[in-house]
Design a protein around this ligand. Structure first.
Ligand SMILES: Cc1ncc(COP(=O)(O)O)c(C=O)c1O
Length: 384
């Protein structure tokens, strides 16, 4: 079905696995983000790596200024479907894709001076006015897990102060940094101080700065006042455009993954096998790792009936976790994983040939509309 042709599900609760985006929750997040833009005059763009469900772009673009892409395909999606500012930031661009990228991007961030020097002439020769920036690495870690820390030892992400070629800034109008992940504004405050200490002498030459992503702005305990104060203070000192490019904050707590129990077995404990998979449909559960919240369930032993929940793939470690329920599970029982809109649809895969979850939206009226279903062709087309 074409993703634009929204079609109502006759029996919405019978179709699993399915990601269901909550329209009202998305709107709540967008209004929070917009309040930051209004209080600070900064611009917030959405990082497509975290959330790229383009059927809701028309709603999102009423609030956010554009998108941030990390590849040519994300840039094209943003250009074609979002239609406002398209910023691109990647660890490296290849010669074969760069010309095409110029069609979509209006801001291009280079990870190194070697990349900037390689593509500078191509950008200058473009008919389109493109703003170029350098990603810096402030060498200041706030993220505790190395896998998610862009400032970890030997990081390839961004140019360190030692490698910053101040004589090569002709044509560079911006600086980009990104060193946060699911963090509060105190982390940004500390980072900004380091960035200013190391790179502040170059700010007078800039038109814009991008504070990257990882700002958990829509989380309940996020200190929005501190964020707004530090952006306002920054802008008073340096009158340049400030961008933020969160991904997760756009869709935080704005969707669920609904699955069903397809078998129950016993091997020294009760084990329920689901028609979903941590490895294929919620990879961050294994990668991060973290334990997703399940609606109505508790930790092991909290309620009377405890089960280990596992996916329908062959991977021994395809385990979501141990959960307890007030009532025994049965074949067909629905399991609703909370907060599954971000870093799921964009990361999922068809490992073992298991089907991708459908994508649906719960409208403000409560109606569920299936936007996309996947089938055999989606599996096959990726393989040859
Ligand atoms: C350069 C850059 N910008 C933005 C983001 C979005 O971060 P988040 O989804 O945590 O807000 C990321 C995430 O890895 C990133 O690498």
């Amino acid at each position: 079905m074409d993703c634009r042709g929204l079609k109502k599900l006759s029996k919405p609760n019978t179709h699993t696995p399915c990601y269901i985006l909550e329209e009202e929750a998305l709107l709540r997040n967008l209004k929070i983000l917009d309040s930051v833009q209004k209080r600070t005059g900064s611009k917030i763009i959405m990082a497509l790596k975290g959330f790229a469900m383009f059927s809701v772009f028309p709603l999102i673009r009423q609030y956010l200024c554009g998108i941030s892409a990390s590849s040519i395909d994300e840039a094209r999606l943003g250009y074609e479907e979002f239609g406002r500012e398209v910023h691109v930031c990647s660890p490296a661009y290849s010669d074969s894709e760069f010309d095409e990228l110029l069609n979509y991007a209006d801001h291009i961030v280079f990870n190194s001076f070697s990349q900037w020097k390689r593509f500078k002439a191509t950008v200058a020769g473009s008919k389109k006015k493109i703003m170029c920036g350098i990603r810096i690495n402030p060498e200041h870690s706030e993220v505790k897990i190395a896998l998610y820390d862009p400032c970890c030892q030997f990081s390839r992400l961004g140019t360190t102060r030692n490698n910053f070629e101040e004589n090569e800034l002709d044509g560079i109008s911006g600086i980009h940094f990104h060193n946060l992940c699911e963090l509060n504004s105190d982390s940004l405050l500390r980072t900004l101080k380091v960035v200013e200490d190391k790179f502040g002498i170059f700010f007078a030459r800039l038109k814009w700065i991008n504070f990257g992503g990882g700002h958990h702005i829509t989380r309940e305990d996020y200190d929005i006042d501190l964020l707004c104060n530090l952006i306002n203070d920054f802008k008073k000192q340096y009158p340049i455009e400030v961008y933020l490019e969160p991904g997760e904050a756009i869709a935080l707590n704005a969707g669920v993954l609904e699955a069903s129990v397809i078998d129950i077995i016993y091997n020294k404990m009760n084990i329920a096998i689901l028609d979903t998979s941590a490895a294929a449909h919620m990879p961050d559960v294994l990668e991060m790792p973290y334990r997703p919240v399940i609606k109505g369930a508790g930790t092991s032993g909290e309620f009377k009936h405890t089960y280990r929940l596992g996916g329908a793939t062959c991977l021994a470690g395809d385990i979501i976790g141990d959960y307890s329920f007030p009532e025994p599970l049965k074949i067909g029982s629905k399991i609703v994983f909370e907060d599954m809109a971000h870093y799921t649809m964009v990361k999922n895969n068809t490992f073992n040939g298991i089907s991708l979850p459908s994508i649906a939206i719960r409208k403000k009226t409560g109606d569920i509309q299936i936007i996309k279903k996947f089938g055999y062709e989606d599996y096959k087309n990726r393989l040859s």
